[in-house]
Design a protein around this ligand. Structure first.
Ligand SMILES: Nc1ncnc2c1ncn2[C@@H]1O[C@H](COP(=O)(O)OP(=O)(O)OP(=O)(O)O)[C@@H](O)[C@H]1O
Length: 221
């Protein structure tokens, strides 16, 4: 019932960005994904969310292999990337009601109860501040009954109170048997969380690419 990564490798633009990664997360555990800019944190999260292919190794979630059964794995996780997944023309309540339908939740109540969003319920999301939009994006996690949360810099734009609320949300998720892998550069106050540190793949490995071809960049990612 865990997330298990074995000898995992992920490439970007034809270069290995994450390589030889072994890690596991058990129900009830949170891990902070740390490392310098460019170390591969977003890349790893996107790969685990099924948005990038694995170049090597394996990832299994609750017994399902990501490469063999991607749909089964994706149904067990919720991914929150750098974008807030908020529709600007809809109100805060409508956005969350939409997310509730998407995740099969009966209503948006549990999300509206978070981060002071009830007070913003009738405001068009497009008229919300950056931190308010981020709150909407995170609150939708409460509607997704998914055991694994993959969160990429979730606290960007949040004030100190909202960061504390977010830490409480992760703690409650884990207390209920959930798991969270959270890429962050800041101290979230989750002292019980484990740390998975990524380092940029060594220069020697990078320079093994054909020097005459230059860098290859993926589009639209
Ligand atoms: N679209 C892309 N095409 C090619 N290479 C990419 C692409 N996106 C990212 N990379 C490269 O992959 C490496 C890892 O990037 P990634 O975004 O995963 O790092 P990160 O650890 O999340 O960094 P940060 O802390 O800055 O968010 C970087 O060297 C980056 O240049």
């Amino acid at each position: 019932m865990s997330l298990i990564l074995r000898d995992l490798g992920v490439a970007r633009g034809g270069r290995m960005v994450v390589s030889g990664l072994d890690f596991s997360l058990a129900p009830g555990e949170a891990a902070l994904l740390r490392g310098p800019n460019g170390a591969g944190k977003s890349t790893l999260l996107r790969a685990l969310a099924g948005l990038l292919p694995l170049a090597a190794g394996s990832a299994t979630l609750m017994g399902a292999d990501l490469a063999q059964e991607p749909d089964t794995v994706q149904e067990q996780l919720a991914y929150a990337g750098h974008l807030d997944a908020v529709k600007p023309q809809m109100t805060v309540a409508e956005n969350l009601a939409f997310q509730a339908r998407l995740f099969g939740a009966p209503d948006a109540g549990p999300a509206l109860a978070l981060f002071g969003l009830a007070a913003l319920a009738d405001r068009p999301a497009g008229a919300c501040s950056a931190g308010q939009k981020r709150r909407i994006g995170l609150a939708r996690l409460a509607l997704a009954a998914r055991p694994l949360w993959l969160l990429d810099e979730p606290t960007v734009s949040l004030d100190a109170d909202a960061v504390a609320d977010f830490a409480g949300m992760v703690r409650a998720h884990c207390a209920g048997g959930g798991m969270a892998l959270v890429a962050t550069h800041i101290d979230l106050g989750l002292s019980e969380a484990r740390v998975l540190r990524l380092e940029p793949v060594s220069a020697a490995v990078r320079e093994s690419a054909d020097p005459f071809l230059g860098d290859a960049w993926e589009d639209g990612l």
